[in-house]
Design a protein. Structure first.
Length: 91
């Protein structure tokens, strides 16, 4: 597997890694896997990546939890699990 060279590619890889690992995950988990030297063009760049993955059935939102990233100040974020496209379950 090649190393992603753009924020979008790295974020997509990180999201799929979290989903494929099984269990629950949040955007905080995805952020933690994105290399520090890759920065988004906009601070809200991760949202469209999550929405695309949800539309493709790769992830499913299941809950809410407080963010653990300091910059989010404990704001509420979604919790996800792998969706039917990754688990093979019927949609």
């Amino acid at each position: 597997m090649s190393t992603p060279t753009t924020y979008k590619a790295a974020a997509t890889d990180a999201l799929l890694t979290c989903a494929s690992a099984g269990g629950r995950f949040t955007a905080d988990n995805v952020h933690a896997l994105i290399p520090d030297h890759l920065t988004p063009q906009h601070r809200d760049a991760l949202g469209p990546i999550f929405r695309s993955a949800a539309r493709r059935g790769q992830i499913t939102a299941v809950d809410y939890a407080p963010s653990t990233r300091p910059g989010r100040h404990g704001s509420v974020i979604r919790v996800y699990v792998a969706g039917p496209a990754l688990t093979g379950a019927a949609a």
